[in-house]
Design a protein around this ligand. Structure first.
Ligand SMILES: Nc1ncnc2c1ncn2[C@@H]1O[C@H](COP(=O)(O)OP(=O)(O)OP(=O)(O)O)[C@@H](O)[C@H]1O
Length: 630
């Protein structure tokens, strides 16, 4: 038997185009060929189970080897093999028609780069690294003849009788001169570890050293010797393929270590398992996030029937879920399409909804069953929950019952509990509940203690996401305002319309304002004289809530409020017209003394907020020291 033919594709220059497109991702040829070998092996095993193959299965594993001298890479399996007819059908027609389709679809596409590695190019991808490809195969079918196929990367191929005696297929790649890197064992080892680590059929790549006990020496100490053993790349039954009922916490923790050898232990995990309306399995871990969530992204690995596809899961899982770690395995995620398509894909949407619901359910269960432990983990999960609430309305609906706020005394509340907690006292004249928050307990201490003295409660919102979270919550909660505790004088923050009289007259008020304006001499500070309690601070410096929040949001990204980030800081300076200091300023005869007092009080206000620095701080200390010596 000898047959020559032309592969039926229209695009004669298909090879150069494919090579160009896939330039940066040549390594996927190995993923494709090993996956094919695994598929053929699994089919073989199934046939045996079904009783359709009665012969000896032997050891069904895939073997990869490299011959540097001959410049070849071989991938061989003991799968179902192919007859000459099957080669013609599956390789010449199907495999190549897939490649033609690829070229036609994407030769003009702007996002060709994005689809690299996502398009299952199958067998054809061998030509990215090889000038010549051979197939030696023997079908499992009784009486089948071995067949051999050779193709030199043009559209010409040749099928002849083969010599293979053993069932299965060997693919031999004659590596081209641009791809010699793949003749290095370490390179192949890396690529296999990346893509084949959890394949369901054993993949062997050469041998490795192993230390085994070898009796004892004269002093009775154990001796060891080095022996060779098969280098098996994969764990064929990774944890996510097992039933959760058969697994212990230790199993999950060990698997986490296998995935991320250098990471801290995760907080908890969710085992995903769904058959309908799509197929998906996986394990998602909640890592210890702390406050730096950016570094945590891109840790979820995406598999399709245990073949690693990518760890760029953007577009496949909702943005906020990308903070999680773990594995998702689904044959229903289309991998051979561009990203924009992926976002509108029905299955991807269903998968998103499913994962997001599962995660919300898990958190809800933990909150209900183990509140104490949930609270102790809040520092780590809070960020995630808030991120989810802002970005996913369905998640918000569930999470609003288990999102927590902590007050300055360290007590945790749900939103409902907190509302009840402040309802009696923290309400302004218009019947708005006023939530007070601090972003830095140490720096805002004086404001916090003013609020606490009034019997008010202050919560701590000190993570980068909080300014966004507050904005979101305000739109959700009725008759509620959320204000930073240092955004104004406490009586203004919770304005109960308790009128207090100013003890000085209008003329004196103007004069005092003039003294402060002159002493401060800076347009970003707006001075106002207010009638406060004589025991309140003489001067306070605040930044209005709106301005502060826009700046905070801008600093942590997003919000579309770029203009605020570049605006100078604007502060309100509130002078307590009823404080003894004001009286002293009025009574002072020297202009310099008046200004000196005003400046000193203003600097003290800045100091209490950590706003006094540099030369201003040095001057203040000198001035204060001088006063002590007077
Ligand atoms: N090692 C093998 N043993 C038996 N049959 C094989 C082997 N490799 C390829 N084939 C046959 O050739 C066909 C084409 O392979 P190819 O990899 O191009 O596409 P595919 O595996 O069907 O799809 P994909 O694009 O997902 O890789 C396979 O479906 C299979 O029938």
């Amino acid at each position: 038997m000898q047959e020559k033919g032309t592969i039926s594709i229209h695009t004669e220059n298909i090879f150069p185009i494919i090579k160009k497109f896939l330039y940066s991702d040549h390594e996927i040829f190995l993923r494709e060929l090993v996956s094919n070998a695994v598929d053929a092996s699994q089919k073989m095993k199934r046939l045996a189970v079904l009783g359709e193959y009665k012969g000896d299965l032997g050891e069904v594993r895939v073997e990869v080897s490299v011959n540097k001298k001959k410049k070849t890479i071989t991938i061989s399996d003991r799968g179902i093999g192919m007859t000459a007819e099957e080669i013609k059908k599956y390789i010449n027609q199907i495999a190549f028609s897939g490649a033609t389709e690829f070229v036609e679809k994407f030769k003009d596409a702007g996002d060709a780069k994005e689809i690299i590695g996502k398009f299952g190019l199958g067998f054809y991808s061998a030509f990215m690294v090889a000038d010549n490809v051979e197939i030696d195969t023997l079908s499992y079918q009784e009486g089948a003849e071995p067949a051999r196929w050779i193709c030199d990367g043009s559209t010409e191929f040749e099928i002849t009788e083969g010599t293979r005696k053993e069932r299965g297929t060997t693919i031999t790649l004659h590596v081209n001169k641009d791809s010699v890197e793949f003749l290095e064992e370490s390179r192949i080892q890396n690529v296999l570890t990346k893509y084949a680590k959890f394949l369901p059929i054993e993949v062997k790549f050469g041998e490795k050293d192993k230390q085994v006990e070898d009796g004892e020496d004269k002093e009775g100490k154990k001796k060891y010797k080095t022996v060779k053993e098969d280098n098996i790349i994969n764990n064929t039954t990774p944890l996510w393929t097992k039933s959760p009922n058969d697994l212990t916490d230790e199993d999950y923790l060990n698997f986490y270590k296998e995935l991320y050898p250098f990471s801290e232990e995760p907080l908890f995990w969710i085992h995903l398992n769904v058959d309908y309306p799509f197929e998906l399995t996986g394990i998602l871990y909640f890592p210890k996030l702390k406050k730096d969530f950016e570094v945590q992204k891109n840790k979820i690995q995406l598999y399709s029937r245990q073949v690693f596809i990518t760890d760029e899961t953007k577009d496949v899982v909702p943005e906020f879920l990308m903070l999680l770690h773990g594995v998702i395995d689904s044959p229903d995620i289309p991998l051979n399409v561009s990203r924009s398509y992926l976002q509108s894909d029905g299955n991807v949407k269903k998968i998103n909804t499913y994962i997001s619901k599962k995660v919300a359910d898990k958190l809800s269960e933990l909150f209900k069953k183990e509140r104490e432990s949930y609270e102790s983990k809040w520092e780590d999960i809070g960020l995630f929950v808030k991120y989810g609430m802002i970005s996913d309305e369905k998640f918000y609906d569930k999470a609003k019952d288990f999102v927590l706020v902590k007050n300055t005394a360290g007590k945790y509340f749900t939103m409902k509990e907190y509302e009840a907690h402040i309802e009696a006292n923290q309400v302004d004249k218009d019947n708005n509940k006023v939530w007070l928050y601090a972003t830095n307990v140490a720096k805002q201490d004086s404001f916090i203690s003013d609020a606490v003295d009034k019997g008010y409660d202050v919560i701590v919102l000190d993570t980068p996401i909080d300014s966004h979270f507050i904005n979101h919550m305000e739109t959700k909660m009725e008759n509620t305002q959320i204000k930073r505790v240092d955004a104004d004088n406490i009586d203004k923050l919770v304005d109960k319309d308790e009128k207090r009289e100013l003890v000085i007259n209008d003329e004196q008020k103007e004069a005092v304002k003039g003294v402060f304006d002159k002493a401060i001499n800076n347009k970003t500070y707006t001075v106002a004289i207010e009638p406060l309690a004589p025991s309140d601070a003489p001067v306070s410096v605040t930044m209005p809530e709106f301005m502060r929040r826009m700046k905070d949001m801008q600093a942590t990204g997003g919000g579309g409020f770029n203009m605020f980030g570049s605006m100078p800081d604007n502060y309100n300076v509130t002078v307590n017209g009823n404080h003894k200091l004001v009286d002293k300023i009025i009574k002072a005869t020297e202009e310099g003394d008046k200004e000196g007092l005003a400046k000193q009080a203003f600097d003290l206000a800045l100091l209490s907020q950590g706003l006094l620095e540099g030369k201003a701080l040095t001057d203040f200390i000198k001035r204060s020291t001088a006063i002590l010596g007077e």
